[in-house]
Design a protein around this ligand. Structure first.
Ligand code: AMP
Ligand code: ZN
Length: 667
């Protein structure tokens, strides 16, 4: 087969696999096989640049930098939607329509209102041409490169599509992905994002599309617009869009009258809490395009569509005080202390206030009556102040200027939302927070020592940093509250045992800002020892895969600090691992890293142990039984029928010993 054909076939295969995974949610190959194919395509494209295609699946990983997003006009204006908040308002809306159309029977398409950032994507000859944000409705920003990294958006369409049209939809961040992003941020001591919607819309304007590619964004489509579209109603449009490869939520429903619209609303008012993404209402659209044309638009929105907003659960209560928390990195978070009140099944006593700007924006004052709401987030938030109940003598809230814990003057970096306490080495919650991070499960995992005991040790003057832990004696700990001989001994033993923790986790544990678990692994693997890492220059560091300026600078700052260097030297003297311990094996690779294999049956050319060793030498794992975590089964003769059935049921690919050898010998 000629090269161009091979490239074309690979692209089509990969497009189909992306579609199966991200749109249908039904993958048919393992991630590993997908990665292999993608790499194969990438290699061919590198070698034969004449076959470059901007819509190749290899372009999904991003990498383009956009300094200024270009403003472009929308060929078809992007309107907003009128809102309604009750069934009466919907009935009134229907009456207005019937005034124009006469007393005709009306059908409506009911859809969920997805809460994200709207986007308009132009397709020409079945290829994604351009993606533009809503902007002011007449013109928006060209964010094509960022949009292409979202895997559920097709780069090429299937079936019988018109030559040119726009598709409209909402870029969203499902809860699970949002929580995962926040988890990772908090692990490195960063502040979490406040809600999925803002994070989704912020993502569209990131300059580096490779960053966008890493975010678990999704796109839900709800509208096609263009000339000569092969359907006459909204509902058929949705069906058709689905056929061309777009992700159109299945929840949309055709209602034959307003009663059925109400049923849809009532159903989703309850069940929306089970959806994987945020929705704040329902959009009702007159189904027939003929009627839509008759109805037309007002200055801002179509007359044939209306949004119904769900009532979010809201209560009012009194703000008793504002307290300020200091995190492990010194970031200050203001917290509202409320008079306890029942909200969405729980009693709420506190709400997040985010930062100084938020307090100023709401003009919130102690003693105010405030409205509290529970949205998609776990911590409730304050929506507004009930100004009718404000005490005449109240004065605007003055944000603190000094750290509530150590009284150091706070700083606020340019463009940063939060204030920080710069007293890194003297501020108690920062010191305690760092030690708590050091002993935590993903870091040094010290048994017999918990977060509260760390605070206790610090408050009793026994430790000031994590190196001090290694000098603790049973006699020193014993007098502390709730300490017995046994628990004191366990604590000392737990600390001693941490000398077995490998370097990459030690690197994570010492809490260099922005160095989370994944980055620590990367740095450990690249530099192999703390000495090499501490001597790296900014230039060296940014050349390491996935290490950007911000992380690099933070590493440099960390090692420039003499106190950090002293702590590291001390840890070395206690036997903590500051180097990678390498197994000597000249043939070792990490080709199979992250992959789990199960070996089953009798083989011709290799023994089972040979195969297992080859798996491990190449970075893979050997599993004992087939499960959803198994990536491959290497099968010889006489593989048990039960195993075979299980592998088939779980869609685990079964490969021969020869296939396996090809896998590890492939370049
Ligand atoms: P608003 O921003 O309140 O004027 O609401 C209009 C916006 O709702 C549109 O610009 C879309 O981005 C968004 N939207 C979300 N889901 C839908 C949907 N199913 N149909 C139409 N618009 C939707
Ligand atoms: Zn402080």
């Amino acid at each position: 087969m000629d090269i161009q054909n091979t490239i074309q076939t690979l692209r089509e295969e990969l497009n189909q696999h992306n579609y199966n995974y991200y749109v249908l949610d039904k993958p048919t190959i393992s991630d590993f096989e997908f990665d292999l194919k993608l790499k194969q395509l990438q290699d061919l494209e590198d070698k034969y640049p004449e076959y470059f295609d901007e819509n190749s699946p290899t372009q999904r990983v991003g990498g383009t930098i956009t300094k200024n997003f270009q403003t472009v006009p929308h060929e078809h204006r992007m309107y907003s939607l009128d809102n309604s908040y009750s069934k009466e308002e919907l009935s009134d809306w229907e009456k207005r329509i019937q005034k124009v159309l006469g007393d005709v029977p009306l059908e409506y398409t009911c859809e969920l209102k997805y809460d994200g950032a709207s986007i308009s994507i132009t397709y020409e000859n079945g290829k994604l041409k351009r993606a533009v944000t809503r902007g002011d409705g007449f013109q928006g920003d060209d964010v094509t490169n960022n949009i292409k990294t979202i895997k559920s958006i097709p780069l090429k369409l299937k079936g019988n599509f018109p030559e040119k049209f726009d598709v409209r939809g909402e870029i969203i961040l499902p809860f699970a992905g949002f929580e995962k992003m926040n988890q990772e941020l908090m692990e490195i001591g960063e502040l979490p994002y406040s809600n999925p919607r803002n994070t989704a819309s912020g993502s569209l304007k990131l300059q580096d599309s490779a960053e966008v590619a890493k975010r678990p964004l999704d796109c839900l489509l709800y509208f096609l617009i263009g000339h000569k579209l092969p359907f006459n109603s909204q509902f058929d449009g949705l069906e058709t869009a689905r056929k061309w490869g777009f992700k159109v939520p299945k929840e949309a429903k055709l209602a034959h009258n307003l009663e059925e619209v109400f049923e849809f609303i009532d159903y989703w008012d309850i069940h929306r809490h089970n959806l994987p993404y945020e929705t704040d209402g329902v959009v009702v659209k007159v189904n027939s395009f003929y009627f839509q044309d008759e109805l037309g638009f007002t200055a801002k929105s179509p007359r044939w569509a209306i949004a119904y907003k769900f009532k979010s659960e809201q209560v009012s209560t009194k703000l008793s005080s504002i307290s300020y928390q200091v995190g492990r990195t010194g970031a200050i978070t203001p917290v509202a202390n409320l008079e306890p009140v029942q909200l969405a099944g729980t009693i709420v006593k506190r709400a997040s206030l985010h930062n100084a700007d938020q307090i100023e924006k709401l003009d919130i004052r102690v003693g105010d009556t405030v409205f509290v709401e529970k949205g998609g987030e776990i911590i409730p938030k304050i929506i507004a102040v009930d100004f009718t109940k404000r005490n005449e003598n109240s004065a605007p809230t003055k944000y603190i200027t000094h750290c509530p814990e150590c009284h150091t003057e706070l700083v606020r970096g340019e463009g940063e939302a939060n204030h920080y306490c710069p007293n890194f080495y003297g501020c108690p919650p920062q010191i305690i927070g760092r030690i708590q991070h050091y002993i935590s499960r993903k870091a040094m995992d010290i048994e017999g020592l918990g977060g509260e005991t760390v605070a206790l040790l610090f408050n009793n003057g026994l430790v000031h940093n994590f190196a001090d832990l290694y000098e603790l004696t049973v006699e020193q700990i014993l007098p502390l509250e709730r300490m017995a001989q046994k628990s004191a001994e366990n604590l000392v033993k737990g600390v001693k045992n941490s000398v077995n923790i490998p370097f990459e986790r030690v690197l994570y544990a010492i809490g260099i800002r922005f160095v989370g678990e994944t980055v620590a692994k990367k740095l450990a693997k690249h530099y192999k020892s703390i000495d090499a890492l501490s001597q790296a220059t900014l230039m060296d560091l940014v050349l390491v895969d996935e290490i950007g300026d911000r992380i690099a600078q933070s590493v440099i700052d960390f090692f420039e600090n003499i106190e950090n260097r002293i702590i590291i030297e001390r840890l070395k003297s206690y036997g903590i691992q500051f180097e990678i311990v390498e197994k000597v094996n000249p043939n070792a690779t990490n080709k199979l890293s992250g992959k789990t294999f199960v070996v089953s049956g009798v083989f011709e050319k290799y023994s089972r142990d040979d195969l297992k060793k080859a798996i491990e030498d190449n970075g893979g794992k050997v599993g004992s039984s087939i499960s959803a975590k198994t990536d491959y089964v290497i099968a010889g003769d006489n593989m048990g029928p039960a195993k075979l059935e299980k592998a088939n049921k779980l869609n685990v690919p079964i490969i021969s010993e020869d296939d396996f050898m090809i896998l590890i010998n492939e370049s």
